[in-house]
Design a protein around this ligand. Structure first.
Ligand code: AMP
Length: 115
């Protein structure tokens, strides 16, 4: 989508601090980190949120969760200590960018419940 900031990052039109990339997925550092390690994992194709996943996205969803997230956690050195994986969805969920993204946060003790 032309007016989607994360589509533009995925297409390389807006620079990002990449930590992982393959044909379908990009991971890059959040501009406003909430933890020592704060990475956003996005599908390159536009999907609005987890609510917009379709059956056609099952392989992509599995790839993100079973391969990309563990690989990024290991490369950031937060796999042993632990981390949080969050996808804010909709207004009450605090979603501010309408392109599916998973926040991977770690490098400090994260409290619960979130605000
Ligand atoms: P959310 O509020 O869950 O939709 O998360 C959106 C996230 O995108 C926020 O944590 C922002 O700091 C982050 N963000 C927005 N624009 C950029 C950008 N150009 N590069 C990196 N992170 C960004």
């Amino acid at each position: 989508m032309a007016d989607c900031i994360f589509c533009r990052i995925a297409q390389g039109e807006i620079p990002s601090a990449k930590v992982y990339e393959d044909d379908t997925v990009l991971a890059f550092r959040d501009l406003d980190p909430q933890a020592p390690e704060h990475v956003l994992v996005i599908p390159k194709k536009h999907i609005g949120s987890v609510l917009a996943f379709t059956d056609a996205d099952k392989e992509l969803a599995g790839h993100i969760l079973t391969e990309v997230v563990p690989a990024v956690a290991r490369s950031c050195g937060i796999d042993a200590g632990g981390f949080r994986l969050v996808t804010n969805t909709g207004a009450d969920g605090g979603q501010t960018v309408g392109h599916l993204h998973f926040h991977l946060l770690g490098g400090r003790l994260l409290t619960w419940p979130p605000g």
